[in-house]
Design a binder for this molecule. Structure first.
Ligand code: GLA
Ligand code: ZN
Length: 695
């Protein structure tokens, strides 16, 4: 099953009219129509209204909200509403409240804080999902199911401790296997009974917060257990929905690069992926695009939904800057460019009270339609109307893959040594950014993905190597692909046990190197790395590389290892293995990545325009769309690389014509087939997508 079929990019967002008087709803719908809003996410936080007591259900208000939406011709993404508990439930069944990292049992408050192992939570949330599904499965407004909201967080209660022990029994079968996996002969931890095992937290294995554990193997398993425990909650709700409704697709809103949950373990169970984009302040544009591509990669490249973004400002941060004029439009088309078939907001109308009353909304407290934000939202609505179905179901024909692995992320960041300063997201993002700014479309894939479609496979900070991954990377290089990995890769197996071989472990033959030593230094320490003409600054970790067949591409410039390789290239079969032994600055990473992309003719036609992002989507009928996104506040002057029509203006450009993008401007070029010769990489449908249209 895929994302819902709709005639155009779905447009709208979270709508909580239960928070204001019903006469205001008339005004809401009048304004929605003005803004081209066709989709409303409803019921995300209405549990205390729909079930005011254990044996009392009351759907009157949801009935009215859905009936009104249907009458207005709008579709509803209907939430089960199980992410925020009603007070009576937490009081009656205290075990639904989480126990935190310090071992404190919480009391009623907030949201997103139920214990995933609580039988009361499981029973009552599943019953609620079942009731909602039974009532609304055949409702004309229903478009999709939205289970819970932003699952996440850990619990350390006794129920979770027991559930963890059960999970471990299933995984390891015997204590011998568990003791072996966790290396428990270290510090006298040999377990002789399952009940001796404690969840790893501040009272047990952790000594300075969640990332400092005495036993990485234990903590990793707790992260995996939590991922599965919350997934169990999702699956229980999904099952009861499916019993009532075999058709409407089911999702839950993810959070992009969210460390606590391994979304790859969830992906097979979603009908389509959706996520909430709130990029960190001052993040470069490649940060949200990396998250979009990660979310697209969850369902093998199928389109996802942008479930939430703010139309203007967040409220939860220390300071909450406004999106400047034009930034919302750019972010919206960026999402569509990366595979979004829906663009939804949090929120349609601002809450009157509580902690999100200053969060941006399409309609503010005064209910006006003459605000800048409303005008921008309405203008985007008009353009999405214009775009129609052109991008729906379209896939990204990427020939470059970036391997993203939650286990490696966790293992790297809970490791004592070599350096606490290396951050997985930063390392991955630097390589992703280099490829994207060079104009390559990138699929962000799990380590289990089929590598056959790719000419370039980038696997930064792949700390943990599992299963047959090394063999598959070798096979990719053998047939001609280039595989790149970096420092702190190939260090540990799936249990976080060091490989008893040379570093980088199973990657060593492909990389043609051996690493015997590594140094890590403070953030401000810089080591020069020379690569041809370029000298790049390297930081944080410096692995000392002995070539074993590989040739140096860059060398360290100082210290006792001056002159030894910092970047290497190894011929392997028809392809190559590249290894970057230190955290190069962005120009250094760009240099390495551009050399690799050049080898495969994957540098894009606008790669000399650093502020212009390009992204390709190929529609199910084979039509190629090239999105051009100008992230600069100045116009971008390009020369069209192909003959094309801009779907937003209906203007045609011939190959070689000047093409100007406004400041923060977007063009969506439908490429004429006759004009594709110069940049086949950017318009040809990928072999992996043919015959697998998602609609
Ligand atoms: C999340 C939640 C929403 C809301 C927004 C505010 O994405 O899902 O309910 O709290 O954040 O940014
Ligand atoms: Zn618990």
């Amino acid at each position: 099953m895929t994302a819902p079929r709709t005639p155009k990019v779905s447009y709208g967002g979270d709508y909580n009219p239960e928070q204001w008087p019903e006469p205001v709803w008339d005004e809401d719908h009048r304004l929605f129509t003005r803004a081209g809003i066709d989709t409303l996410t409803v019921g995300v936080f209405s549990w205390s209204l729909t079930q005011p007591a254990e044996n009392t259900y009351d759907f009157a208000i949801l009935d009215r909200i859905l009936d009104r939406a249907a009458a207005e011709g709008r579709r509803v993404c209907l939430a089960t509403g199980t992410a925020a508990l009603p007070p009576w439930l937490a009081k009656k069944y205290p075990d639904v409240n989480r126990t935190d990292f310090e071992g404190r049992r919480h009391r009623y408050g907030q949201r997103h804080n139920f214990c995933p192992s609580s039988p009361a939570y499981r029973r009552l949330s599943t019953q609620m999902a079942g009731r909602i599904a039974e009532r609304y499965a055949r409702h004309p407004a229903l478009l999709a199911w939205h289970i819970n909201n932003e699952y996440g967080g850990l619990c350390y209660c006794e129920l979770c401790a027991d559930a963890f022990r059960e999970w471990l029994r299933e995984k390891y079968a015997t204590l011998d296997a568990l003791n072996d996996a966790w290396c428990t002969t270290f510090w006298s931890h040999r377990y002789t009974d399952w009940t001796e095992i404690e969840p790893p937290n501040a009272l047990t294995e952790h000594w300075r917060g969640p990332d400092h554990t005495a036993f990485q193997g234990t903590t990793l398993d707790y992260f995996r257990f939590t991922t599965d425990a919350l997934l169990g909650c999702f699956l229980a709700e999904k099952e009861v929905i499916r019993a009532q409704d075999p058709d409407a697709p089911v999702t839950t809103n993810f959070m992009g690069m969210f460390r606590p949950l391994d979304y790859h373990r969830w992906a097979p169970h979603l009908d389509f992926a959706s996520w909430d984009s709130y990029p960190p302040l001052d993040a470069p544009p490649t940060w949200p695009s990396l998250a979009h591509d990660l979310m697209r990669g969850l369902k093998d490249g199928a389109p996802f939904w942008l479930m939430e973004q703010t139309p203007s400002t967040t409220a939860c941060r220390e300071v909450n800057p406004l999106r400047r004029p034009g930034e919302l439009r750019l972010a919206t088309f960026q999402a569509v460019a990366h595979g979004a078939d829906a663009a939804l907001y949090f929120q349609m109308r601002a809450s009157r009270g509580a902690c999100e009353k200053y969060h941006g909304a399409v309609i503010g407290h005064a209910g006006r339609d003459d605000t800048r934000v409303f005008r921008e939202v309405a203008e985007i609505g008009r353009e999405l109307e214009l775009l129609g179905d052109a991008s729906l179901g379209a896939r990204t024909p990427a020939r470059t893959a970036l391997v993203f692995d939650w286990d490696s992320w966790w293992a790297l960041e809970i490791s004592d040594g070599p350096s606490r300063l290396v951050r997985y997201q930063d390392t991955v993002h630097a390589y992703y950014r280099a490829a994207r700014e060079a104009g390559a479309d990138v699929d962000v894939i799990p380590q289990t993905a089929d590598l056959a479609p790719y000419d370039v496979v980038i696997a930064p900070a792949l700390h943990m190597i599992k299963g047959d991954l090394a063999a598959r990377l070798e096979a990719a290089a053998g047939r001609g692909a280039t595989v790149l990995s970096t420092f702190l890769s190939g260090r540990v197996d799936e249990h976080d046990r060091a490989f008893l071989t040379d570093v980088p472990g199973p990657l060593a033959p492909l990389m043609g190197i051996r690493v015997d030593e590594w140094d890590s230094r403070a953030r401000d320490f810089v080591q020069p790395v020379r690569m041809g003409e370029l000298t790049s600054d390297a930081r944080l970790v410096f692995e000392i590389v002995l070539p074993r067949g590989a040739e140096p591409v860059g060398t360290y410039g100082a210290d006792f290892y001056a002159g030894t390789p910092a970047v290497t290239r190894n011929k392997y079969g028809k392809g190559e293995g590249w290894y970057v032994a230190t955290a190069l600055d962005q120009p250094g990473v760009n240099e390495v990545v551009r050399r690799i992309l050049t080898r495969h003719d994957l540098i894009g036609p606008y790669a000399d325009q650093p502020a212009v992002e390009t992204a390709t989507r190929v529609a199910p009928d084979g039509t190629a769309l090239l999105f051009l996104l100008n992230h600069a506040p100045e116009p971008a002057r390009l020369t069209a690389h192909a003959t094309a029509t801009d779907l937003l203006t209906d203007k045609r450009v011939e190959q070689g014509d000047p093409l100007t993008l406004d400041p923060l401007g977007t063009a969506i070029l439908r490429i004429q087939q006759s004009g594709i010769n110069r940049s086949a990489a950017h318009v040809r449908p990928a072999h992996r997508t043919s015959g697998r249209s998602s609609c």
